[in-house]
Write a new protein. Sequence first.
Length: 620
Amino acid sequence: MNYLQVENISKSFGDLELFNNISFTIYKDQRVALIAKNGTGKTSLLKIMGGQDTPDDGQIIFRNDVTVGYLEQEPLVNPELTVMDEVFSSSSEVVRAIKEYEAAIKIDNSERLNLAMHQMDTLNAWDYEIRIKQILGQLKITEFDKKVGEMSGGQKKRLALANVLINDPDILILDEPTNHLDLDMIEWLEGFLKSSKSTLFMVTHDRYFLDRVCDVIYELDDNQLFRYKGNYSYFLEKRDERINSENQEIDKAKSLFKKELDWVNRSPSARSTKAKYRVDSFYKTKETASKRRNQDEVKLEVQSARLGKKILEMYNLKKSFGDLSIINNFSYKFERGEKIGIIGENGTGKSTFLNIITNQIPLDSGRIETGSTVVMGYYKQDGITFDENKKVIEVIQDLAEEINMGDGRKLSPLQFLNYFLFPPKTHYAFVRKLSGGEKRRLYLMTVLIHNPNFLLLDEPTNDLDIMTLNILEDYLADFKGCVVIVSHDRFFMDKIVDHLFVFEGQGNVKDFPGNYSQYREDTLKKKALKQKVEKEEAPKKQEKTVQEKKKLSYKEQQEFNEINESIENLENEKTQIETGLSDASLQGDELIQASQRLLVISKELEEKEDRWLYLSQWTE
């Protein structure tokens, strides 16, 4: 079933053409990802699909009855609302039904309540609030009465993501949904989307996520759209085949072009006697032969300063914020060439640790000794502080008039920008004109320009395209200095790090010898072993408890007898109320009171049945 048709759409900003005349179709149950370089219009395309922008040409056609949920890269939320009010501000049919039900009870209108209850039944909305709290809880949002304006940027993004998921639309359009999620949240989101009935269209740089969730990939390359029916692994294989085929076609055309050129140049008279198709073929061959694949990549070969024997030594570090312990008695000595990944839930102090290393946050106790040859390069998660009205070239010129590349070459700021794939037309453009990923790449340049030998990278993969990530990974793999990385990108961590600092909370930091996948496998094995032991011990504990307690006390026996009678009475009352609600015999105040009483009875029954089961173990 065709859910969405994109027909010949184009988009430009001034002289910058993002995409031109692209078309594709999204079908029901597909899980589609879009891959492209930064600055080629991924976010712009999603905004058009999500109804936040319009194309210059072409049109987007949705099936009439299809509902759409759109998560922006920088979502807007109302800072004046509480978390729950923001969630219930949705315009979905289920949310409207819940609001109507609550309003009917509040104003004591039995006719309106009957209609609202019928709508709640039709939409299966009774468990909606439970679903809301489950999804918010998985995304580590637990303060439901907190004002949205008091939340961090990451929490707001997670709240916006929860809002989209809760509404369960037919099509989910997600722009970088894994940004601001910790590793546990990402794995939960993977499972949620795989089991969801929603059709999916998303942009993400998380390659494990792509591989496990998506079954169709579109690549936007050189203003053309290529479709791959498979996951990320399949995409890599087929993309390589496509590029090799194109290169062979170009090489073949060049060889043929030489022959055709000789024929065309023989003489005008000779050319006029040849068939017209031969002349047409010449110009077609010329066009193919003149093609050159844009295989430009960021080649990060910037020199790093020499690193001495003493690097960074930490002794008994302690840091707390009030009752929240971040680091408790942590010691470590860095060695040359170490590449360490830092993982842990949001709020456990990962970024704080990097700020402690760089002396931006003072310790409560302990000491850090830094070697005299250490040159820090700190790529901060929120470190982009460019003047938006500066030109791109000015950002680099302010830092250095000459950049040492480490192989005897010295580059000017203009050459350095070219080296990082900023074409000449962007050199004198204002920073505000750059895409989010291009700003990240420019920020990376400002970190590497000082030739650091100790790199601290806090979420470096956010907003970078997959092509740039591959090159950054190659650079870090060959980097001779030390690297400390905070990242939720599991693919990135697996390729780079030697071992992990696991921030477990309450100040506990564990040193794990391996990458993320190895840590995850180890954690799952330990969890499975623990569950197995608990399962084996459970009957023994129960048997021991039964043996120790041979019979009920007099007071417990009385309670048991009373519970039997109480359960029977509650079940009879529940049956009567349900009958009254279903046959419309209850009206006005009776109807409202009956609805409220039914909720109380259900809770009481659950509690009494649990108690009955417990006491029944020792009855004769």
